[in-house]
Write a protein that binds this ligand. Structure first.
Ligand code: GDP
Ligand code: IMO
Ligand code: MG
Length: 435
């Protein structure tokens, strides 16, 4: 039986990963975040209460679960403390149940200032980032001038590192971006104020995970963002700055690939994207409004309206390969309930040329999208509510046909289907922990 499960996004994020992690966490020992930071917004709805998590893993609602924030993440302490307090207000007490890797990198206020200044200067060619400082924080990590969680242990060294970073960033902020400089004291105090609390949560993450794997504990590795936002495999440069694909689990926690038993890709039955960048199957006007309203498509982190479009099987197949997916979880089936017809993009072709583009050449060209048009298959809608349905057999026949057609096209099993935002609005065809 599987013990270690990865749950990650196959699209541009917001696929419903948080809901599915929370749903599967009932009998789990650990939930681990391995990349990303508070650019993520994972929504859980439990007993009609909505909780949006940004950095704390989505297993936190369950009392016996240990939540781990791995070395591959970037952490904003200001935002993390806010999240801890928000949970405490909801009678969830994370301080003893969240373990943080000492090697995770910190997001400081100058990263946020740089992120915002760059986006402003880029103007119409901006990425559309979440403005949380993610890119600059990962850049610092890679350029080896980042500040790590373990630096909180030595305030003297921390001061030197912050001064060095501010010399570098303030020069750019003032002279190139014509913005205000960042004040040293504010930066230092933000970290010093929460240092003791954060240090009390620091643990040797790989050691804990090796032991858990040896003891056959169950572990969920929770991805943030999605495959198409991956820094290497996504729609560059309109991506985030980490590896949100499966490789990020290993580099971001310290365990090897053979330790992963089962990899679940989460996909909406349509698609959305916040921020800019190519989106071949994007829809506009009436149908976009339908998805926006029925799917409640506003970003969980920034509140921005999400762009919407039809499911793209070519990209989904790419996500299956990159991540070695064992199975898929399809979410938001209920959002399609009122459509007369539903489109699925099954291929691409170059306009004016009556033949399909070879997938590889297409994927290479995706960022320009010049002359590439989607080939759609059209399926009939079911025009009846699937909201909250918990068994496949209770779905309308046309909805079953739609799911079966997707499975046929992608060639891997669909193990879970989500029919609403609440934990229990879920159909389980195969429980990942029981196969
Ligand atoms: P994540 O970032 O992948 O965890 O996804 P988000 O939480 O950002 O966005 C998913 C949104 O869809 C949230 O508002 C969820 O409450 C909601 N959601 C998840 N699954 C379903 C579903 O099956 N049906 C509907 N209607 N909403 C869902
Ligand atoms: P979850 O985990 C959707 C997008 C931003 C922008 C691009 C780069 O909730 O699925 P960044 O701030 O990371 O430098 O922004 O990535 N983005 C997300 N979109 N869901 C997310 O996370 C996202 N995290 C980042 O909108 O297009
Ligand atoms: Mg989200």
């Amino acid at each position: 039986m599987n013990k270690t499960i990865v749950i990650l996004g196959t699209q541009w994020g917001d696929e419903g990963k948080g809901k599915i992690v929370d749903f599967l966490t009932k009998n789990v020992d650990f939930v681990v975040r391995y990349q990303g930071g508070n650019n993520a917004g994972h929504t859980l709805i439990v007993n009609k209460k909505k909780i949006i998590l940004h950095q704390i893993p989505s297993g936190i609602i369950h009392k016996n679960v240990i939540s781990i924030i791995g070395n591959g993440t970037v952490i904003s302490l200001v935002s993390l403390i806010k999240e801890i307090k928000m949970l405490e207000k909801n009678n969830i007490f994370p301080r003893d149940r969240v373990y943080i890797s000492p090697y995770a990198s910190l997001i400081l206020n100058y990263h946020i200032a740089m992120d915002l200044a760059r986006e402003k200067k880029l103007n119409s060619s901006a990425i559309g980032t979440t403005g949380k400082g993610i890119g600059p924080a990962y850049e610092d990590k890679v350029s080896r001038m980042g500040i790590k969680v373990y630096d909180l242990n030595n305030l003297h060294v921390l001061k030197i590192k912050i001064k060095r970073a501010l010399n570098y960033y303030n020069y750019q902020l003032v002279n190139f971006y014509k913005e205000k400089p960042i004040d040293y004291k504010t930066t230092f105090n933000e970290l010093a104020e929460s240092a003791d609390l954060i240090l009390s949560m620091v643990k040797d993450v790989p050691k804990i995970l090796y032991k858990a794997i040896e003891n056959k504990n169950s572990i969920i590795f929770e991805g943030a963002q999605g495959t198409l936002l991956d820094i290497d495999h996504g729609t560059y440069p309109y991506v985030t700055s980490s590896n949100s694909t499966v490789g990020g689990v290993c580099t971001g926690t310290g365990i090897g690939p053979k330790a992963l038993d089962y990899i679940l890709g989460v996909s909406k039955v349509y698609m959305t994207r916040v921020g800019l960048g190519p989106f071949l199957t994007e829809v506009f006007d009436e149908i976009d409004n339908y998805f926006f309203i029925k799917g409640n498509e506003s970003g969980s982190t920034t509140g921005r309206r999400r762009r919407t479009g039809w499911l793209d099987i070519v990209l989904l197949k790419k996500a299956i390969k990159i991540n070695s997916l064992t199975a898929l979880c399809l979410t938001k089936l209920d959002v399609l309930d009122e459509l007369q017809e539903i489109k699925i993009c099954v291929d691409y072709k170059i306009s004016n040329v009556n033949s399909s583009v070879k997938k590889n050449s297409f994927l290479f060209l995706y960022n320009t999208l010049e002359n590439i048009i989607p080939v759609y298959e059209i399926l009939p809608g079911w025009n009846t509510s699937t909201a909250g349905i918990t068994s496949f057999d209770s779905l309308p026949i046309l909805a079953q046909r739609y799911i079966n057609r997707i499975q046929e096209l992608v060639g891997i099993p669909i193990d879970i289907i989500s029919t609403g935002p609440s934990r229990n609005d879920t159909i389980v065809l195969r429980n990942p922990f029981k196969v």
